[in-house]
Design a protein around this ligand. Sequence first.
Ligand code: HEC
Length: 130
Amino acid sequence: MTLKLIVAAILATAVPALPALAETTHEKIKTDAGRQYFDAECRRCHAVDARDPSYGPPLEHVVGRRAGSYEGYDYSEALTGSGIVWTPAALRAWMEDNDGFMPGTKMRHVGIDDRTVQDFILSYLASISR
Ligand code: HEC
């Protein structure tokens, strides 16, 4: 009888926690996939740790950052003068067609138009922005 009660009590607390757990696992899988895409498509030009050498600007804390605002990086005028903030929507447009979105940028064209892949990379960029 007591054991039944204990089991019931455990289930009652564990069950509501399950969706939260699934949510965390889902985010982690997306972030891990995003890291792999980032390594394949972006890493050769973008360090994440600002102490590493990098041809492009470091991207830690990029989500929510004003475009062209990484201290000491020699941006194109197109980027510094754009006046945009790197929201998820702006980052999506950038990944899809950066030089169409912002003519005059010195970042070589990338064309990631698969929304799922964009989602993964966005998850990863968000994870290095916290
Ligand atoms: C061939 C090198 C190269 C690759 C590959 C590359 N980038 Fe860039 N990236 C740059 C350069 C150079 C700049 C600076 C552009 C400028 O000043 O116009 C830049 C700028 C950026 C910025 C603006 C940052 C800021 O501080 O305003 C973002 C965001 C960005 N890149 C994301 C990405 C993502 C995401 C990928 C992969 C999908 C990627 N880049 C791939 C070279 C690259």
